[in-house]
Design a protein around this ligand. Structure first.
Ligand code: URA
Length: 431
C-alpha cells in the first residue's frame, strides 16, 4: 500500500504551529497504530503538541482517530439511559465505589469501565479486588447483561477500546509528554466515547495530589473534555474538585472499600459523602432525573442493595471479611493544637510505598496496605493522640513511607490557626 502522507510533514506542521489537515492527522494515528509511523516520530509529534497545543478541531479529529483505531461499544437496546463518571485521579479517591451503585438505584445504567493504579493514585479495580471472589474481567456480553439486570458494572476496559491510545499513552509516559492537555483530553475521551455511554460526568481534580496542580490548567482540561464529549453527542459536564488533602480517611485498597461501604450504609466521612452526592446529582440530571433524592437512597438502603447486587454479580461476597494488615504503625501528635495540613501527594506516595500501589504495571498490589487517617485538617488534637496509622504486610516498609510523610502534615496553635480552604467542589463546567 502506498502511504498517502509523510509523518515528517505532519510533525513539521505541528512543530511550526501550522494547521494539521484532518486527513493527515487521521492517517498519522492510523499509521502509528499499524506500526508504520515509528515511536520516534510519534514522540516528536507529541512533543510538538505539548509545546504548541492543538485547535479544538484538531483535538476532535485526534480523539475521533483514536476511537476509530478500535471497537465502538453500544448500549442501544438496553432500554435505559447510560451514564458514566471519570475521575482524573487522586489520593483516597474511592468515589466510584459508592457512586455507581447509588446512581444505578435510580434505574440508570452505569457502565464504569475502570483501570488499575500506577504511581501514587490508586485504581478502582485494585480496590475492588480486595473483596474475595470479585472479578474485574467481564466479556462484552456479561457487561451488557449485568447493566440490564443490576444496573451498575465496574469492570476492566477491554483491550479493544482505543488501542491507539494505549500505545500513545505508554510512549508519552517515557517521553515527558503526558502533561499536554490535548493529549490527556483525547486519551480520556476517546475511551469514554468508544464505550458508548449516553452521558458522562468528569471529576477533574486540582491540587497537590492531582494530575493538574493548578486550577486554571484543570479548568482548561475540563473545558476541553466537555467540548469533546458534547461535539461527539455524549452529554458531558465536569466538576472541578479539590485534591490538596486526601479524600476521606482511608488511603489504600481494602480500607477504601470499607469506607465506601460506610457511605453506602448512610455514614462515612463528610467529604466522601459530599462528593458522591454531588457527582450522583450531576449524573442523574444528565439522565433526566434532576430532582432525584440521592441522600434518601443512601439513608434507606437502596444504594446498599444495589452495591450488594453489583458485587455478587461479579462473583464477590459482599459479606466476606476484607484482608487485614499484618503490621501497623501509628503516628501520634507531638503537641496540642489544630491539624493545619495533610498534603495529598506525600500521603499517596507513602501508601504506595507501603504496598497499596504498584511501581510497574505487572506488580501486584497488597490489598491490606495503606494508611488510615484518624484526623483531618481543622481537627483539634492533644499531644499523644493518634493522627494516622500505616498498614503493611512487612514492617521494613514503614521507614520509606515515613520518609515520604516528612513535612507532609502539621499542627498549629489552636488560637492562631485558620484554614484557608475553599469548597471541595469548586466549579461546574458545561457548554
Ligand atoms: N488518563 C488517561 O486515560 N489518559 C491520560 O492521558 C491521562 C490520564
Amino acid at each position: 500500500m502506498v502511504e498517502p502522507f509523510d509523518a515528517v510533514d505532519v510533525i513539521r506542521a505541528k512543530r511550526d504551529a501550522s494547521p494539521v489537515p484532518e486527513d493527515a492527522l487521521r492517517w498519522m494515528i492510523d499509521a502509528y497504530t499499524r506500526g508504520y509511523v515509528s515511536d520516534a516520530q510519534m514522540s516528536s509529534f507529541a512533543m510538538a503538541v505539548l509545546l504548541n497545543g492543538m485547535t479544538r478541531d484538531e483535538i476532535r479529529v485526534l480523539t475521533d482517530a483514536m476511537i476509530d483505531s478500535g471497537e465502538r461499544m453500544s448500549f442501544e437496546g438496553l432500554g435505559k439511559k447510560t451514564v458514566d463518571k471519570h475521575s482524573t485521579g487522586g489520593v483516597g479517591d474511592k468515589i466510584t465505589l459508592p457512586l455507581a451503585p447509588l446512581v444505578a438505584a435510580f434505574g440508570v445504567a452505569v457502565p464504569q469501565l475502570s483501570g488499575r493504579g500506577l504511581g501514587h493514585t490508586g485504581g478502582t479495580l485494585d480496590k475492588l479486588e480486595s473483596i474475595p471472589g470479585w472479578r474485574a474481567a467481564l466479556s462484552n456480553e456479561e457487561l451488557f447483561d449485568q447493566l440490564r439486570d443490576v444496573g451498575a458494572v465496574i469492570c476492566a476496559a477491554g483491550s479493544g477500546l482505543a488501542p491507539a491510545d494505549k500505545k500513545l499513552y505508554a510512549l508519552r509516559d517515557v517521553t515527558g509528554t503526558v502533561e499536554a492537555i490535548p493529549l490527556i483530553a483525547s486519551s480520556i475521551m476517546s475511551k469514554k466515547i468508544a464505550e458508548g455511554t449516553d452521558a458522562l460526568v468528569l471529576d477533574v481534580k486540582f491540587g497537590s495530589g492531582a494530575f493538574m496542580r493548578d486550577i486554571d490548567k484543570a479548568r482548561e482540561l475540563a473545558r476541553t473534555m466537555v467540548e469533546l464529549g458534547t461535539d461527539s453527542g455524549v452529554a458531558t459536564t465536569a466538576l472541578l474538585t479539590d485534591m490538596n488533602t486526601p479524600l476521606g480517611l482511608a488511603i489504600g485498597n481494602a480500607n477504601e472499600v470499607r469506607e465506601s461501604v460506610e457511605v453506602l450504609s448512610g455514614g462515612g466521612p463528610a467529604d466522601v459523602v459530599e462528593l458522591t452526592v454531588a457527582l450522583a446529582r450531576e449524573m442523574l440530571a444528565l439522565a433526566g432525573q434532576p430532582d432525584a433524592d440521592v441522600e434518601a437512597a443512601l439513608a434507606d438502603g437502596r444504594a446498599m442493595d444495589s452495591w450488594r447486587a453489583l458485587i455478587g454479580a461479579q462473583g464477590g461476597d459482599p459479606d466476606a471479611a476484607l484482608p487485614a494488615p499484618r503490621e501497623t504503625q501509628t503516628v501520634v501528635a507531638d503537641r496540642d493544637g489544630v491539624v493545619d495540613r495533610m498534603e495529598a501527594l506525600p500521603f499517596g506516595i507513602a501508601a504506595w510505598r507501603l504496598g497499596a500501589g504498584r511501581a510497574r504495571a505487572q506488580d501486584p498490589v497488597i490489598h491490606a496496605a495503606g494508611i488510615d487517617l484518624h484526623v483531618k485538617p481543622g481537627d483539634a488534637v492533644s499531644a499523644g493522640q493518634p493522627l494516622f496509622t500505616l498498614l503493611a504486610d512487612d514492617p521494613s516498609r514503614f521507614g520509606r513511607a515515613l520518609g515520604a510523610l516528612d513535612g507532609a502534615w502539621g499542627i498549629g496553635d489552636a488560637e492562631t490557626t485558620t484554614l484557608a480552604r475553599g469548597p471541595l467542589v469548586r466549579e461546574r463546567i458545561s457548554v
